[in-house]
Design a protein around this ligand. Sequence first.
Ligand SMILES: [Zn+2]
Length: 163
Amino acid sequence: MRSPDSVPTPPRKCTACGVLFSEGQVIHSILVGISGEGWKRSSYCAACWDNGGDSRERVSYWHGVYRGRPERSKMPPEMAAELLRRLSASEKWVGIASLMAWHMVRQKGLRFVERAATEGHQILRFSPVGFDGIIEVPECRSTTDDLRLFRELINELGDEFSL
Ligand SMILES: [Zn+2]
C-alpha cells in the first residue's frame, strides 16, 4: 500500500518527459496490473502519447483534461465500462470484475439486469447508466487476494473514479 501522499492523484507530471501538467491540458492515463505488486498508474502528455505512448498491457485507459483539483476530473462512464469489460475478459482479473461491477452499481454508474447461465456457468448482466449496452460479468467467488487487489485498484484510480 502506498502512503496517501507518495503518489499524487492525478499524477502532476508526464511519466515519459517529466514535464508538469498544466490546468486544462489533455492527458492520457493507463492503469497496468503488475504481478505481485498490484496496480501502477501512468499519465502522459499528448505529445508523448502520440509519440508511442505506453505499450504495456493495460487494464484501463482513459483520457481527459488535467485538473489541478482532483474532485473536478472524472473518468467518463464509457471508460469505466471499458475497464469493467477488460477485467471480465481477463483470467487474471476476473475475480475483481464482479466486485467492480457491484461497486459501480452502488455508485449509480451501472444497473443490474439479470443473472443468467451460459455454457454451464453463471454470468451477471449489467447495463451502463447513460448509454446503451450490456456488460457480462462472470459470477465467481472472490478470494481475499481479489478483495485486496480490488481495494488497491479503487485506491489507484483515485477520486476520478466516482461516476
Ligand atoms: Zn510527456
